[in-house]
Design a binder for this molecule. Structure first.
Ligand SMILES: [Zn+2]
Length: 718
């Protein structure tokens, strides 16, 4: 059996063996079934792992992946020990060209070992492996927020707990998409574990806790978590609902159990019965917000946020239907986040009020406008997972808007009938966008063949324009005949159902009344432009296209008030302050670090006059406010009045976004005299990206809002 330190000689042997074979290629095996036994040793950060099950192999050289530091004790395939050769991921460059070419085309996350063996039979055969590996990823500097996911932990075993994800290759992996999993974890006696599917057993054996989980469905990976949890379990409608929180947070359990129960009931009614016996909310000791089959793993900081029960928890519960029992065909694009946002985050806004839902849709369009550009845009077909603001903006938000447009098109009943249909037909199967369209079509009886080419395979978003509106005849109350021309820009046109709203106002009044009654209808735009003749009741005062942001489209700059996320989306930011005080500069740098990917240097505001102006200035205490800000608020030496609220300048910090000033497209102003709070405020600011201004007292947000919206080019008064 080969040792870890014998790589070079083993590789040499392997190169010569495979090189001498008549067919110089090696195929990846396909695992079908795993039964894992994992024994955790916390002091050494090691796990002793054995796995047995079924694997599909081909004749000749085959291989699979295993944790990069694994020490294999034994491997048997089809009932016999096999001679295997281990190649580290870094060494694959030395493999024979044909094999290397095969391996380079594989998308391999992490740096697993490649374990080669030769087989003289093909088909589905039993396998057994045992090995040891150390899991010691650092849990420091893990980022998990709405804007960013960075430094994800793959596997770690420390005093606070153990976390093993598929990316740690803690079980042998081939090119399977889905496999069956059963796992038994042997851990310290005071720990408990959570894993995918249903709990099977839990017992104390010689002072150690031993627990088994089994997923009733094939799954696209397995995750295991174990920690010193204080559990609470309740049973409602034959489903166990559990919180596995750390001792310090047990007071939060009751609220979480209550909320989770509500979500489970809501989605069971909307889609179909909850697919597992238990739902567990597990706390994590590093930042995460993941949903797995039958459980969710929320970082401690996230768990303690009061609004999580009303937002993220429902999202993770819904993932049990979408993503964790009906799976995503990733090769054809990840639809699952968009659908889950639609059924959770967005649905809660709809339940709140129509205007909250409208604001949510507009925020999505604004985020798309600020984070996505020609250089980083991509079609929904290519979305796999979120790694940045732009991948979120497309993979989550554009997809969510597409589901919204489909519901607008086919109606709520047909829309949710398709959810039930997919859930009943595709449990434990992978689903693509095509499968979704094939469900919406029969439930609605409509042809939706236009959806995939323009929304899934095409990059970008339409830009619509209101070209002309005129009364075709003299006023002939009670109905008015109106002629409208609309168009869309761009190389390829979209088929769009464009909402149009007529606002009624007094015909003798020349001013537009902000609260007139309205008449709504829809124009179907199928080419570059369209001309429409409409009969509209009564006299109207003005008209607007898509006033409630039902379409996924590029907003006009005039539709977008300056907001913080627009400034954060500018790749290059420079931090300017008059101060020469070293300590204050350091505190301002601390603020900047949360807003910038680059290292932060505090510079003099003198550079505002220097070309090129290819950055967004972030200015601390400027001597005078830019004109557009000065007009949006009223400022005195001692206070600011914003949106009718007066704030004293003393012990308040103001963060204000603006645009089009002094040659800069976007900028951020900070007014602050409590410098010590700046680093903490910097951490908070990205969470408030949709606002134009923020007011902090100390480091607590006490005011936020948006500047008034300028007039939209999609509105015409006549
Ligand atoms: Zn999600």
């Amino acid at each position: 059996m080969c040792a870890r330190n014998g790589f070079i000689s083993v590789l040499t042997i392997l190169v010569s063996i495979i090189g001498a074979a008549t067919s110089s290629s090696a195929t990846l095996v396909r695992f079908e079934k795993h039964d894992l036994q994992i024994t955790l040793d916390v002091p050494s950060q090691q796990a002793t792992i054995s796995d047995k099950g079924m694997v599909q192999i081909g004749k000749g050289w085959t291989f699979f992946y295993l944790n990069g530091g694994a020490k294999i004790g034994s491997l048997s395939v089809a009932g016999n020990p096999v001679d295997y050769h281990v190649v580290s991921f870094a060494d694959t460059v030395q493999l024979p060209a044909e094999i290397k070419a095969d391996i380079l085309t594989l998308e391999i996350e992490g740096e697993p070992l490649l374990v080669f063996f030769e087989s003289n039979q093909s088909g589905s055969v039993p396998f057994e492996i045992d090995f040891e590996a150390k899991f010691a990823d650092s849990v420091e500097n893990v980022q998990f927020s709405r804007e960013k996911v960075g430094n994800e932990v793959r596997g770690t075993i420390i005093e606070q707990g153990a976390y093993l994800s598929p990316a740690a290759y803690f079980y042998p992996t081939g090119d399977e998409q889905l496999a069956q999993f059963r796992v038994t974890v042997d851990m310290p006696g005071e720990w408990l574990s959570v894993s995918d599917g249903n709990p099977v057993s839990s017992a104390l054996e010689s002072g150690r806790r031993v627990e088994t989980f089994e997923n009733p469905y094939v799954n696209d990976g397995l995750t295991v978590m174990a920690a010193p949890y204080v559990p609470r379990v309740e049973t409602r409608d034959n489903i166990e609902i559990a919180t596995y929180f750390f001792e310090a947070d047990t007071a939060l359990a009751a609220g979480y159990l209550e909320s989770a129960t509500g979500y489970l009931t809501m989605y069971s009614e909307l889609i179909g019965p909850y697919p597992f016996k238990r739902f567990t909310i597990a706390e994590n000791f590093f930042p995460t917000g993941y949903g797995f089959p039958g459980w969710t793993l929320l970082g401690q900081q996230v768990l303690r946020l009061p609004f999580i029960k009303a937002t993220s928890l429902g999202h993770e519960v819904l993932h049990n239907w979408w993503g964790n029992s009906v799976y995503v065909d990733y090769e054809r694009g990840n639809w699952c986040e968009g659908l889950t946002v639609y059924g959770a985050d967005y649905r809660y806004k709809l339940m709140e009020s129509p205007s909250a839902a409208r604001d949510y849709r507009k925020d999505i369009l604004k985020e798309y406008a600020s984070y996505v550009n020609q250089g980083n845009d991509f079609p929904l077909r290519d979305f796999k997972s979120r790694t940045s603001a732009e991948t979120r903006s497309i993979g989550y938000n554009k997809a969510m808007m597409l589901f919204h447009m489909i519901e607008e098109e086919i109606g709520t009943t047909a829309f949710f009938d398709a959810w039930k249909l997919i859930y009943s037909q595709y449990k434990a199967k992978q689903v693509s966008w095509e499968n979704w369209i094939a469900a919406f079509e029969p439930t609605s009886g409509q042809d939706l063949s236009w959806v995939i080419p323009q929304w899934i395979d095409r990059v970008g978003a339409p830009v619509i324009s209101l070209d002309s509106v005129s009364l075709s005849t003299e006023h002939s109350l009670p109905r008015e005949s109106i002629s409208i021309n609309i168009s869309q820009m761009g190389e390829a046109s979209y088929r769009l159902s464009v909402p149009i709203r007529f606002f009624y106002t007094d015909p003798r009044s020349s001013t537009f009344s902000p609260e007139p009654s309205t008449y709504d209808t829809t124009l179907i735009l199928e080419g570059a432009s369209g001309q429409y003749q409409l009969e509209v009741p009564g006299w109207t005062g003005s008209v607007e296209l898509d006033p409630d942001y039902h379409l996924f489209r590029k907003l006009y700059p005039e539709e977008i008030e300056p907001i913080i996320s627009a400034v954060l989306g500018v790749p290059k930011k420079r931090f300017l302050a008059q101060t020469t005080d070293v300590a204050n500069k350091a505190l301002f740098r601390g603020f900047g670090k949360s807003l910038s990917e680059d290292s932060v240097v505090v510079e003099s505001p003198d550079i505002l006059g220097v070309e090129p102006k290819d950055f967004a200035p972030v200015i601390l205490n400027p001597t005078e406010l830019p004109a557009d800000l000065a007009s949006a608020l009223s400022a005195t030496d001692s206070s600011l009045i914003i949106n009718g609220v007066e704030y004293l300048r003393a012990d308040h910090t103001f963060v204000m976004a603006g645009k089009n000033w002094n040659g800069f497209e976007k900028y951020l102003i900070l007014l602050c005299d409590d410098f010590a709070t700046l680093p903490r405020i910097g951490q908070l600011v990205p969470h408030y990206g949709k606002y134009s201004y923020l007011v902090f007292q100390g480091a607590k947000n006490i005011g936020k809002g948006q500047w008034p919206t300028p007039d939209s080019p999609l509105r015409k008064v006549f």
